[in-house]
Design a protein around this ligand. Structure first.
Ligand code: BDR
Ligand code: CA
Length: 316
């Protein structure tokens, strides 16, 4: 029988309800993805809170052997902006989670990522679902390891509009200097921006089936309940699964529509700081640096997400 070759990944993010669901999805795709390390950054909440959240989620999932490290407290140059309006005071408000049974690594996020890359025989994909601070710090500290990175699959940006300002999305505007370093690094970026993530929503009637199915699925349903409170006020029909897109595309690329483009980050704009600016017409004569996800088959996305949550049943 043919063994599927697993993709080695590092998860970097700021959980966050959708970061948490991305982690659940990555864990469920265990036949396809091998999570080598987890690194936290400040974003949806402070670094201390997002790090604690990763440790709790790992405990919930029984993944207590994956090293977890904390990254930088703050963006490279800007002050940290947080998003308690979406994610609450803990960064992951809603259901009670188990106390963490995973110790925090003594290494910094950059040291842990560098070790994973150095020790891996294969190239490693970094999945970054918060501000890009840790990834940029890695690229600055260890340019010699760039070739060990297969791709950086990010949730961030939006070619057509933003959600924090009219042109900038949260993860990018929190730390545009880091995103700029990443997009100019030469490492291929897979960008799940708002263009696709706002189409990847799950309806309340769809996440209802997860209630009571198993402990993990039940918690995912409650995370959706909480995350949807603010999104509903904004008029969305369901909970936007921004960060899970960055995992889903690694396992089910066939359900996405994408375009390879050269994308620049605006770090200076008076009104457009943090914008992800695509060179649609090749005017800059640059090779594409980014696979931009533009559309998704929402029904298949939800089907795979629900099946992933159900796979945590004891009898599954
Ligand atoms: C992004 O911002 C955060 O609130 C979410 O976790 C997601 O990564 C969406 O703009
Ligand atoms: Ca996030």
């Amino acid at each position: 029988m043919n063994q599927i070759k697993k993709k080695a990944i590092i998860l970097d993010g700021d959980p966050g309800h959708d970061d948490a669901i991305a982690f659940v999805l990555a864990a469920a795709f265990k036949d396809y993805l091998d999570i080598k390390a987890i690194t936290a950054c400040g974003g949806n909440q402070t670094l201390a809170k997002t790090t604690l959240n990763y440790r709790k989620i790992a405990t919930l999932l029984g993944l207590t052997n994956i090293p977890i490290a904390a990254g930088r407290e703050k963006p490279l140059q800007a002050d940290l902006v947080i998003a308690p309006n979406y994610h609450g005071e803990s960064g992951l408000d809603g259901p009670k989670l188990p106390d963490p049974e995973v110790e925090l690594s003594e290494l910094s996020a950059v040291e842990l990522m560098a070790n994973v890359l150095r020790e891996s025989d294969e190239k490693v994909t970094i999945v970054a679902t918060g501000p890009q601070t840790n990834v940029a710090s890695l690229l600055l500290a260890h340019p010699e390891l760039k070739d060990k990175i297969e791709a950086i699959s990010i949730m961030g940006g939006g070619l057509e509009h933003g959600n924090w300002t009219s042109t900038a999305e949260f993860n990018i505007i929190v730390d545009p200097e880091s995103a700029d370093i990443e997009f100019r690094s030469g490492v291929p970026v897979i960008m799940a921006g708002l263009d696709v993530t706002e189409k990847a929503y799950i309806l309340p009637s769809e996440w209802d089936v997860l209630r009571g199915d198993n402990e993990v699925a039940d918690i995912v349903a409650q995370w959706c309940d909480f995350f949807y409170i603010h999104l509903k006020e904004l008029g969305w029909p369901g909970a936007l699964m921004h960060d899970p897109c960055s995992i889903m595309v690694l396992v089910h690329p066939e359900i996405f529509v994408s375009k390879d483009l050269y994308v620049q980050i605006d770090t200076k704009g008076e009104f457009t700081r943090g914008a992800t600016v695509p060179d649609y017409h090749g005017l800059l004569g640059q090779k594409p640096n980014c696979k931009c996800l533009l559309d998704v088959d929402r029904e298949l996305f939800v089907k795979y997400l629900i099946e992933a949550c159900q796979s945590f049943r004891k009898d599954a």
